[in-house]
Design a binder for this molecule. Sequence first.
Ligand SMILES: [Zn+2]
Length: 443
Amino acid sequence: MLAFQEYKKTPERHMQDEIELPDSYVLLNCRLIDGISDESRDKMWISVAEGKISRIGSMDALGSESSGRRIDVEGRTVMPGLIDCHVHLVYGGFRNMEDAIRCPVETAVINASLHAWIMLQAGYTAVREVGCIGNTSVAVRDAIRQGKIQGPRVVASGRPIGTTGGPADILPPHWESTGGRLVVDGVEGFRKAIRRQIKEGVDNIKILASGVEVNPTCWTWMTTISQEELSAAVEEAHRWGKTVAIHAQSYDSVKFALRAGADTIEHGTRLDDESIAMLKASPSILVPTLCTLYSVLELGATLNLGQKQREEMATNESLWVESIRSAHRAGVSIAAGGDIGNRYKHGTNARELELLTKIGMTPMEAIHAATSTAARVLRMADQIGSLDEGRFADLLVVDGDPTEDLAILQDKTKLKLVIKEGQVVAGTASPHRGGGGWLTKKA
Ligand SMILES: [Zn+2]
């Protein structure tokens, strides 16, 4: 409901009508954060042609680089569009899982479309969706691709797959568990569920390998799948060319997932030396979702969340923080994912970057976690997540320096332009709102 009111009163939704950029243009005087380098670079220019970055250079060597309009961004930061590796498009405004799974698919589609639009306004030009109701995320992904609605690029997982009694199995025993999630058992059960998801058009498979705090009977320290099931599931998904994200909050579930060859470990609440060494030695990427933890700790009372959920997160806090801190210290690849849609609202995804600095990341490392490393998770590192020639021009023009103050990325008034594939899709630099003098000035 809140989100809808926000939608009605937010004028940026017409931004695409207000600011139209030509097919080719050059942004001048940029402070460039390229998504890969450790330092930002001042006094740079970046040229865009037909939706892609065509060239990047220093202002000293601008020369005749003017194939198109010149726009002086006056020293503002230009950086890759942000990427969230762990979002739920359909959730939002639900107090618990019971409420969420009662949501009809029709409502879920509307929620997902709205949330996709809100995240784009917040500077997120790509997301990996890791669990929805019905086949919503595939439909929303395709509608965005076709230009029917506005939103980030979506890598879709569809329904999460888990075992009987596991986190996916949330309905009371006397109800038949269908619809929202796929509850299966045994090697053949997992193979069939994965093939079914592939038939529905997903890009990634989400498997639940441990308990979750929102399930009333299944705790995060429990491992809810066998090694045999998980290895077969990952093998099946990989054979079809799909990546696999594994919800793993128990010690064993992380090891099972890594032995199976998982592409990403979601949450990683309980890591020991052995699993950190395994992570370090594997190509798997850790997606810690610290927002999952802090959203319960912060909003537990306000939202009147369940007692089990709150107690469990209170127990998990020190384990979770220490696990991720140790993994970072050991040099494990970490990507940002906010688990947004559970308790924190869509559009607050950049909160995760701030939380990553609490476990020891520098602001620049946190930015990399939400740009180039996140693009690796989406298997799109050659297309997005860094500023380089030939990449899509998914860019943010930001007031201030996020490496000095990461909170800037959560302040929509500082997001002057959100550019997706070369075109302005959001931002507050509208000339109609008295903010875009620099945008219309002849450079
Ligand atoms: Zn999640």
